[in-house]
Each structure stands twice: as structure tokens, then as C-alpha cells.
Design a binder for this molecule. Sequence first.
Ligand code: SF4
Ligand code: SF4
Length: 446
Amino acid sequence: MSEKEAESRNPSELQDVFSGEPMDLRPGSDDCYKCSTCDTECPVAEVDDDFPGPKFQGPEQWRLKRKGDHDIDDSVMSCSNCMRCDNACPSEVPLSQMHNTARGKYVDEQMSKLSREYIRNRILSNYGRLAPLASKFPRLTNFVMGLSVTKFVNEKVMGITSQREFPDFATETFTDWWEKRGGKATSKERAQEARTKRGDAAENDDKRVAYFHGDYSNYNTPEVAKAMVRVFEQFGYEVAVPDQRCSGTPMFANGMMDDARRAAKFNIETFAALVEQGYDVICSCTSCSMALRQEYPELYSFDGTAKVAANTFEALEYLRVHEDLEGELADSSVPESEFGELAYHAPCHAKNQGLDGQAVELLSALDGTDPVDVGDSCSGISGTYGWKSEKYDTSMKIGDEMFEHMEDVESETGMTECPTCAMQMNHGTGYDIRHPLEVLDSALVN
Ligand code: SF4
Ligand code: SF4
């Protein structure tokens, strides 16, 4: 399919990558043999008796749609897009793809564009569009967003819960730091120095990575993005930081498929050009890597989609595969007073990519820290989900198990790869939450 054809298609209508015909997910639904395993894995169904669960959201809705006279059930808006059901299904039914498509259709055809729910969801899922303005005046924004009156108005007018603290905007964004530091040219110099110190050839075009930092690392937690850059340079990688948009994860979760398609198209074009030049794509957020690897190829057929998906990696995963990360950590240490015991939560999207065990396994070799896995439960926030007033209680009920296990850990520091799981962990326990890359930065660079 040409780019022009891809552009002109109805965004809520999936098309087959090869034939260009409308994609039919019904064969996927026919693979469902109603074992209900997915329902037992669904964290929303576990705490909300009114939520019919993934088997209904996916295969059953598609079977009903076969008759062509059924609306999408509005319960699809209560699915948090945690994607745990995908992993659970023994029959490889494309559940989250069905949910994303059904949600997009529901929002397009059945949700009023003037409703409070639509306006609120559009704002929440387009955080990356609003953040540049807010981050121009970070102190003022942080002050205003922290006021009780702002929270009250947000709750009453927008349906955004007043129970949570808005995350602070950093006084300097990651990309501002990156530009001031000298961008790609500086990164190349640092990578070359590191290679020389390691006894490798200074020039090496195979060691180049393009960083997909996402919005949150850029505007709110630049320390994570800076750690990523420093750690990769330390291993001799030149880092490129191209212009990029939100990965689309919050847009998929809210059925904003037009917005998601625009963002995905921009990202795919940008990163495919770099992959063509020999770069691999690295993400520090497991939901971003999930979007680029799984959701983009499931939903889009833009030129370069498959190439980007095949060359995208989560940061630790990449270093594990390509470097002796374990060996270097075994010879290093971090200050016990800063890290010590770390209550680690594996994000659901990390589990989907088979990455849930790696942070604990790797960091266990490091002196000065003792990561403790707090179990298999979902954190419950699922991006924008836990920010909605009507979902707040569900979100906290889901998170209860994780909070309890975190509190069993003696220290008051947590660790995770997902920025919104980090928000929920902090909200439920008051713990300071770190990213594994910050631990690597402390061990291997600083
Ligand atoms: S786990 Fe798969 S096969 Fe079983 S009910 Fe769910 S979708 Fe159907
Ligand atoms: S994506 Fe998560 S919340 Fe949605 S149906 Fe699947 S398991 Fe349940």
C-alpha cells in the first residue's frame, strides 16, 4: 500500500497489509474456544463485577458484529489496555488488537464529540501536545496544578480525579539538556572515547542507537533519559535523539485512533529513516517499546512499520543482548544509602515483551542494591485510566496487592520501567521510585 493510500483510509478501519482489503479480525475471534483464561488474568474484571472481561470485549463483540446490526458495547471504555489478556490466551487470539479497534469504532461512531468524557479523554491522551507549553513555565505550571482549586475544577468540570498529585514538570526538558550538551556530535565524541578506553576501534558504525524517549521522560523525568544517554555512551554507543511524537499508547487506550495514527506515522517515518542508516531504536519506557513493536504493526501499514518494529528494543534488553552487562555490574557498586532494597514492579507491558524478570536478575549482581520483585499484579493506573474520576477507585483496588507487597520490603524506594506505574507506586505508598537506568548510571557512569 502506498503512503497516500494509507493516509486516505478510514483510520478506524484496519486493512490487510498485503491485500489492502479491509482486515477481518473474525478468524481471530474464531480461534477463541471460550476457555476464559483471559478473563481470569484481567485485573479490571477481578475488581469490577460490571466489567464483562476480555473474552467478551474481543471475540464475542466481533462475533456479534458479524451480524452487522450490533453497536459496540460501551464497556470497552472500561478496559485499561493493560494487555495482560494477550499473554494469557493459549490460542493467540489478537485480543488487544480487537479491543483497540472496537474502542476506536466506539469513539468514532457512538461517543458524542461534545461529551465531557470525549473532551477529557482527548486532553489526557494528547498530553504530549500540551506539555511543551506547560514546560515553558514549569514552576508556574507546577504551582497552579498543585492548587486545591485547580484539582477541584479539574474534577468537577473535566472528570479528572483530584485524588492524585499532578507530576511536576522539570525545569529543563531532556531535549533542551541534549541540545545544550552538543547533541549527536557530542554523543559521538563520548562514544568514541569510551570505545578507545575499552580497547575497541574508535570508529564503529554498528554502535549507533536512536532514542525514543517519549513525552514523560522529556518533560517530567529527564533524569531517566539522561541516564539512558550516559549508559549507552559508556558502552561505546553514539546516540541520536530525533524529533518524535507520543508513542500513541494513551491514544489507543482512549480510542483516539486519528490522533494515534498521526503520531505513529510521524514516528515510523522518522525512525525508519534512521534504521535504514543502521541505527537500532531504543526505548526507556516499556509501553513505548510495546507500541513500536506490537501495536504499530498490528494497526498500520505505513512504509517502514515492520522495519521499525523489528529493530526496536527496550534499553536493558538491548545491553543484555549486545554487551556483557551482567559482568560489568558484577564488578560495580552503587551507594547503599541511595538504592539499597528496591521494591521492583514489572509493568504489564514489560511482561508482554518477556522483559519482566530482567531488571531484578541483572541488578541482583550489583553491590549496594537488593532488588525485590513485588509480584505479578497490575499497578492499576494503566496510563490515563487511573486519572479518570470514575476509574480512580478501580485503579486503586487493582493496585492494592502491589502496594501491600511494596510495603513488605524494608526500604522505601521502588523501581520500575514505566512512568505511570511509577506514579501509582508513589501514590499508593509514598515511596521514591527509580528507573533501572538510573541504577545503571550510578553503577557504571557516575
Ligand atoms: S483465553 Fe483466548 S481462547 Fe480462551 S476465552 Fe480468552 S480469547 Fe478465547
Ligand atoms: S487489556 Fe487488560 S483490562 Fe483490557 S480486557 Fe485485557 S486484561 Fe482486561
